[in-house]
Design a protein around this ligand. Structure first.
Ligand code: 8NA
Ligand code: MG
Ligand code: MG
Ligand code: MG
Length: 373
């Protein structure tokens, strides 16, 4: 019988790799200068290189390089490998893997500041794996999306426990190795919840129900963080009044209202509306919600993409939004792959990118781990 869960694990990891490999060609471009035709042309090219008879590339394309993955996949590979090797989370080991991977292959388009973390980790021989990240930006921590972009192996690893609190803590620990800003951590948690919900989803995507559950989970998390910060402040400033909570205290829970609204809207929202209100930049807060939205929106009609399945639509649509295309497409691809499974991912796409075979192997290993623990 068909193993649905294993197919979803494979879909999640392969979907993430493909979003990165296909999206990176357009990274940093404005939506206006991309357009759906350019994305379809790029996809058409990789599809034309495929030979179904051999399930590989056409003979005359063999010498062409596979599309490269970037930092998004490099770091996700380390998360997967470290969880698999240790059969659990080991901060020092994962920090070592991130750092060694960077120094082995530094040209994968890493964020501008994270390199300092890798150097400090290495210089201190990974003694305190959380210290360098906590020192970033004068102690404020990075709010970049580098935590969220790599997190997909975590919800796979934690799938069987089926415990939101456990997943939350695991993701927080993994993220804090490089990103200590609450916005980066909660962004990674938000993304991991979306993948977890997709792994548990079946049949048609119900956008309302998906957003309700996602919002409930992230609200609980953001309330806890807000209470902690308030408590600390009250201890610092005795006389400070306990202010009423505002939506700004629950940024991801609040933005979920916009995700739901735009995903359910009959007509496709304009690209300007999405880039303006949800964002497409390298901060977690202005990219993770956009990835979740892209997945949900692709379950509905999108002009010019109706000969494509919902997984394909997710990747193509996410890239047309521009900006941090590889990272938004990798996160959206992880969610879509987790929902629709590996069968929804065209063989031609799988044959076009570096690291797809490893992603399939990691998915099997994480599946084995989660079914024996
Ligand atoms: P990061 O931690 O270096 O953050 C990325 C950038 O965000 C930093 O360089 C800062 O400019 C800014 N930033 C983050 N936190 C703060 C703060 N507290 N105060 C002021 N500025 C801040 O790296 P990351 O891993 O989060 O970055 C992920 C992104 O970088 C992904 O999109 C990834 O694909 C990569 N990326 C690379 C390129 C490239 O061409 N090399 C371009 C865009 C993104
Ligand atoms: Mg990248
Ligand atoms: Mg519980
Ligand atoms: Mg990027």
């Amino acid at each position: 019988s068909k193993n649905v869960l294993l197919s979803k694990f494979k879909g999640a990891l392969v979907g993430a790799v493909l979003g990165d490999c296909i999206g990176s060609e357009f990274e940093g471009l404005w939506a206006k200068s991309i357009g759906v035709e350019k994305v379809l042309k790029s996809i058409g090219k990789l599809e034309s290189e495929y030979d179904p008879a051999t399930d590989g590339r056409k003979a005359d394309k063999q010498d062409m390089l596979l599309r490269d993955y970037t930092d998004d996949t490099a770091m996700a590979r380390s998360v997967a490998q470290s969880l698999i090797e240790n059969k659990g989370f080991d901060a020092k080991h994962m920090a070592k893997m991130f750092s060694e991977e960077y120094f082995k292959d530094p040209y994968r388009g890493y964020g501008g500041s994270i390199i300092t973390v890798f150097s400090k980790l290495k210089d201190a021989e990974f003694a305190d794996p959380y210290k360098p990240a906590a020192e970033q930006f004068d102690g404020e921590g990075s709010y970049g999306n580098g935590g969220a972009m790599r997190i997909v192996p975590a919800p796979l690893f934690a799938y069987r426990q089926n415990d939101v609190q456990h997943l939350t803590e695991l993701v927080e620990q993994i993220t804090k190795i490089t990103h200590s800003h609450p916005s980066a951590i909660n962004g990674a948690i938000f993304q991991s919840f979306a993948v977890d919900l997709a792994l548990r989803g079946s049949k048609e995507v119900d956008t309302g129900a998906f957003c309700d559950e996602l919002q409930k989970r992230i609200m609980e998390r953001e309330k806890k963080v807000t209470e902690k910060i308030k408590k600390r402040k009250l201890e610092e400033v005795e006389a400070e009044e306990d202010k009423e909570a505002t939506p700004f205290d629950f940024p991801y829970a609040s933005i979920t209202d916009d995700i739901r609204k735009y995903a359910l809207q009959d007509d496709l929202p304009s690209t300007e509306e999405i880039t303006g209100n949800l964002g497409t930049d390298i901060s977690a807060y202005r990219s993770v919600p956009t990835a979740v939205y892209s997945f949900l929106r692709a379950s509905k009609h999108i002009d010019k993409l109706e000969d494509r399945n919902s997984f394909e639509k997710t990747i193509i649509y996410a890239i047309t939004l521009g900006g941090d295309t590889d990272t938004i497409a990798t996160m959206a691809g992880a969610i879509a792959g987790a929902w629709y499974g590996i069968e929804a991912i065209p063989k031609s796409w799988q044959a076009s990118c570096e690291s797809v075979e490893d992603a399939l192997k990691f998915a099997e290993q994480l599946y084995e781990l989660s079914s024996t623990s």
